[in-house]
Design a protein around this ligand. Structure first.
Ligand SMILES: NC(=O)c1ccc[n+]([C@@H]2O[C@H](COP(=O)([O-])OP(=O)(O)OC[C@H]3O[C@@H](n4cnc5c(N)ncnc54)[C@H](O)[C@@H]3O)[C@@H](O)[C@H]2O)c1
Ligand SMILES: [Fe+2]
Length: 378
């Protein structure tokens, strides 16, 4: 554990069923007048983007809709958003959706305030200036992006998911309303939930863990582990949805101020090379990486197992994947020969991301390659 530590989260957080009604008052409090509403077509079809737009327009704000965000937002998505934001002279940003629209909104805010290629600011605390304030309204219970200083933007020209961690990537406010997650289908619920659980686990075993993040990580595990199956089995179970969403936000706060580790380091290249969603890449890697890392931090992993109500953490993670319908890697659209040929690139990219350096057990390129192979064998 580090002798000193820093802890940052958004300064305004509204949580609970119905908290979407705080959107307009929060925008007013932050001094917004002309708002860029960043979202994706899924949110438009579901009517959630329209609902947010109506709340804002009724309250007198001028709203410009930007719904071109792709899952795993790209540099192009960010650039398109900046053009619209400038043309419409917006003074505030609202993101409605999962981690993708929220990260894209952060990217737009940062790019607008910091001329120059966004990739130059990759890494930890490399962004010089703060951008326009962002209000995040998450609709998945997974990434915790609403509460993190992290954004992930994909450079499609290199198949690289770029990670930025900066205080300028913190949202000004988060509105965390579990009713917005009721519409998530079963598999999406499962994979984003396991992503959140993984944030909590990695934050707790990370070399950068600190007292505040330990507290939040353990609380998140207690909230997510027993409620994720219930949320998958009955999507309308608001109590379970609320617990998982609260846990996901706490897990976000935990990893944002501690770190993620080897699972995330390996998941980013896997997702980028095979176009698997972030949560799915995490879920298929979590058990094998836990098994590898466990001997280096037995007490910490035992505490996690206890919070999950198990003595065998690895098999309990495998069971969670199975019970929530997450398919194993070999059953996904991943050709074995291509997978094998990309293990070298994925292992190098994983190490280069920096996240594996925070893992309790150090892993060489060869060991990471062996873990990719093991994950495929299932
Ligand atoms: N910034 C961070 O701290 C952080 C942390 C982890 C992951 N991420 C990033 O977040 C992104 C993934 O975000 P995500 O997992 O939340 O998914 P997402 O935002 O990519 O959304 C996936 C799909 O689910 C749909 N969807 C969203 N909410 C829904 C709802 N309530 N009902 C029905 N459909 C819904 C979307 O329209 C979209 O089609 C990745 O790019 C990942 O790298 C960021
Ligand atoms: Fe994640």
């Amino acid at each position: 554990m580090n002798p000193t530590s820093t802890f940052r989260i958004p300064s305004i957080i509204h949580y609970g069923a119905g908290s979407l009604n705080e959107l307009a008052p929060t925008a007013r409090q932050l001094g917004f007048t002309r708002i860029l509403l960043v979202t994706d077509t899924g949110m438009v079809k579901l009517g959630v983007a329209g609902q947010a737009q109506e709340l804002l327009e009724k309250a007198g704000f001028h709203v410009t809709l930007f719904d071109k965000v792709q899952p795993d937002p790209t540099l192009q998505n960010v650039e398109d958003g900046v053009v619209l934001l400038s043309a419409e002279e917006c003074d505030g940003i609202v993101a409605v959706g999962g981690g993708s629209p929220i990260d894209c909104a952060k990217g737009i805010a940062v790019s607008h305030a910091n001329p120059g290629p966004l990739p130059d600011f990759m890494g930890v605390e490399k962004i010089p200036r703060a951008g326009l304030p962002v209000i995040a309204v998450p609709t998945t219970a997974g990434t915790g992006s609403e509460a993190t200083r992290v954004m992930v933007i994909t450079d499609t020209s290199r198949d690289v998911k770029m990670m930025f961690a900066s205080r300028h990537c913190l949202c000004a406010a988060a509105i965390v309303d579990p009713t917005l997650t009721l519409s998530m289908p079963r598999l999406l619920t499962a994979v984003v939930g396991v992503d959140a659980l993984c944030h909590a686990i990695e934050a707790y075993v990370s070399k950068r863990a600190q007292p505040m993040t330990d507290l939040l990580a353990l609380s998140a595990i207690r909230l997510i582990a027993p409620n994720l199956r219930a949320a998958c089995d009955d999507g309308q179970n608001l109590q379970a949805r609320g617990a998982v969403m609260l846990g996901a936000m706490q897990a976000g706060m935990a990893f944002s101020n501690s770190s993620v580790a080897l699972v995330h380091g390996m998941a980013r290249p896997l997702g980028a090379c095979f176009h698997l969603t972030h949560g799915l890449s995490i879920a298929v890697l979590l058990p094998v990486v836990t098994e590898f890392s466990l001997p280096a931090a037995p007490e910490r992993y035992a505490q996690i197992a206890a919070e999950m109500g198990t003595t065998n953490l690895v098999s309990s993670q495998q069971a969670l994947n199975r019970d929530t319908g997450i398919p194993p890697l070999r059953e996904l659209n991943v050709a074995q020969d291509r997978y094998e040929s990309l293990i070298g690139k994925m292992s190098t990219d994983a190490l280069a991301s920096g996240s594996p350096a925070n893992n309790p057990r150090a892993a060489s390129t060869e060991e990471i390659g062996a873990l990719y192979r093991r994950a495929f064998a299932g």
